[in-house]
Structures are given as C-alpha cells and as structure tokens.
Design a protein around this ligand. Structure first.
Ligand SMILES: O=P(O)(O)OC[C@H]1O[C@H](O[C@H]2O[C@H](CO)[C@@H](O)[C@H](O)[C@H]2O)[C@H](O)[C@@H](O)[C@@H]1O
Length: 315
C-alpha cells in the first residue's frame, strides 16, 4: 500500500481538508494537537511518504538531504552552508534548510518530521543539549557540524588552536595586557574551550587575565567591552567576529583607537568593515565541504562515520 494514497485520500480518511494534511506533513502551525494526531495516525497506518511521492510525480530528484542550522542569521554557519549546497547539488541531492534556534526540542521535532519524509540524510549544526540519545536513530545518516558525539560523524573546529594563534600573534606584537570577551561555559566550544585557551595562555605567559563571557550576540560585544578595559589594556581578543563587530562599534563611538582587536571568524563582513583586526579563520568553508562529502559517502555506504577537525589558520 505504501505511497499509493494521495494527500486527498489522507484528508478523506482523517476527516479534514487537504490543506490541513499538508500543514501537518510540513510541520506547520495552525493545526490543533488532536487533528495533528489524527492525521499522523492515518499517515503512519498507511505508510504514506508524501514528499517522495510528490517529488516523483513532478519528475524531480528523489535524493533529499536536510541542513539544520542553529540560526539563519549566523555569519559563520552561512559560510559553511555556502560550500555545502554546491557539493550536494553536484551529486544530485536537493537540500532543504531548517533552523533549530539552539533548541533541542526543535531538533527533535525536525528529525521526527524528516524521518516521516524519508529524507536521505542530515547535516546538523550541533550545540549543548543535542545528545547521542536524541540522535540515536540517525547514526548512519547524520553529520554533526561544530560539535562531536560518540559514534557519529562530525566536522569540528579547533577552538583552542584558534585562540592560541591569536594570543601568540598579539604577544609577539608586544601586547602584555590582553582582555577577552567570550561566551558562557554552557556553550562548550565557542564558550568554554575558547575562554579556557585564553586563560591557559595567560597563565603560561604570566599575563593578568581580564574577561567577560556575556554571549554570542553583537550587542553583547557592544554592551560589555567597557567592563574589560583597564588603563593598561592594549589589545582585546573577541571569541567571535560578531562580538568584535559589537565591541568595535562601542570603541568607535567612544573614540578609543589605541586598542588592537583580534577575533575568531575572518568573515567577509569583518574583513570589509575592519581589515585592521587580526583574525583567525577556523575553516568554515572547508567544514561545509567536508560535511557534505562525509554525508554523501555515508548514505551511499562508502564510509563509516568519521570525526574530522578543521585546523585554524591566521588570515
Ligand atoms: O556570530 P556567528 O557568526 O554566528 O559565529 C559565532 C560562532 O558560531 C558557531 O558556534 C555556535 O554555533 C555552533 C553550531 O553551529 C554551536 O556548536 C556553538 O556552541 C555555538 O557557539 C561557530 O561554530 C563558531 O565558530 C562561531 O564563532
């Protein structure tokens, strides 16, 4: 019976309209929980696989992957997605984009929906709270980006390496009073690892650390930079380009122009607005290429899950 039914049949069997079925299948809002359950029960009972059948009817590709970003407005994630998309297109995959907003519940919902739609594989930008248990049924067809998890394929950045490169560069320039703006330790990679690398460098070189860990947003850089500046501060290291953009706006407004800024990112926006800032490129573009290649190989049974770490380099 699989795929013989149409959306019209599902609507009739569920006692709802076609547009309601479509909303349920696309995981859209505006459907009551009871109705959603009724439609899903009929879909499951008949093994209905809408997206593949719909695509087949339109004569389109039957190879589909999903990319779940954490934020659609993330500069760094977009750089990875930009190299991922052509790699998927080249191999005949249609990528669909989704957003998690750092919510494990949303990831769970998305994966549930993707499973129902028989998606071939998923690239998931991981974060704190996305556990092996949550992902367990996707082991063979999922690549984590920016985070790793036991038994899963992953492409990660070298957070410690990126901070060491920047600190060493600043130190070699003669800076001995380097402040740091970062992200809370609940964020293991951008937060904890980058901050700990800053602290370890300070300890090795007997520098006095001055830091604050407000968060990822540009306004966090803007609003908090003043609190880490001392009369001696000569350089400011930001854990991300976005934080550095916020900090530099504040510094410009205050006409403070004797600080050397440094940040992790090397995003085109930063390079355009502030070519004078020292940046490290964590390898976002390369991560996107590697994640797509890994997923394609994996879903075609050509490789087991691999854990890849992209080396950082001074830009
Ligand atoms: O300001 P952005 O351009 O968005 O860059 C900030 C950092 O974003 C990424 O880290 C964050 O998202 C990861 C998922 O992609 C998540 O694992 C991590 O915990 C978040 O901090 C990126 O990985 C970092 O390199 C960027 O600095």
């Amino acid at each position: 019976m699989q795929n013989r039914l149409t959306i019209k049949d599902i609507a009739r069997l569920s006692g709802v309209g076609k547009s309601t079925v479509s909303r349920v299948l696309n995981n859209e809002s505006g459907v009551s929980e009871r109705t959603r359950e009724r439609v899903e029960a009929v879909v499951n009972q008949h093994g209905f696989s809408p997206s593949r059948s719909a695509r087949a009817m339109r004569g389109q590709s039957d190879k589909v992957v999903a990319i779940i970003v954490s934020r659609l407005d993330s500069l760094s994630e977009n750089l990875a997605v930009q190299t991922m998309l052509p790699a998927f297109y080249e191999q005949g995959y249609d990528p669909i984009m989704m957003e998690s907003q750092f919510s494990p519940d949303m990831v769970e919902e998305h994966l549930h929906m993707l499973r129902r739609r028989n998606i071939d594989g998923v690239v998931l930008f991981g974060f704190t709270g996305v556990t092996e248990t949550l992902l367990s049924s996707w082991r063979a067809s999922l690549v984590l980006l920016a985070r790793d998890a036991k038994g899963f394929a992953s492409v990660c950045y070298d957070d410690e390496g990126a901070i060491n490169l920047l600190m060493q560069n600043l130190y070699d320039q003669g800076h001995r009073h380097i402040s740091f703006i970062g992200v809370p330790h609940s964020d293991i990679t951008t937060g904890k690892r980058r901050h700990e690398a800053y602290m370890a460098f300070c300890e090795r070189h007997q520098l006095h650390p001055h830091f604050i860990l407000p968060g990822l947003a540009m306004k966090h850089g803007y609003e908090n930079v003043a609190s880490v500046l001392t009369p001696d501060t000569s350089a400011l290291l930001c854990a991300t380009d976005t934080l550095a953009l916020g900090a530099s706006k504040y510094l410009q407004e205050q006409r403070i122009d004797n600080l050397q800024l440094a940040s992790v990112g090397n995003t085109p926006l930063m390079k355009f607005l502030h070519p004078e800032i020292v940046t490290v490129d964590p390898g976002y573009a390369e991560a996107g290429r590697q994640a797509a290649a890994q997923l394609i190989d994996q879903v075609n049974g050509r490789t087991d899950p691999r854990q890849i770490v992209i080396p950082a380099h001074l830009a």
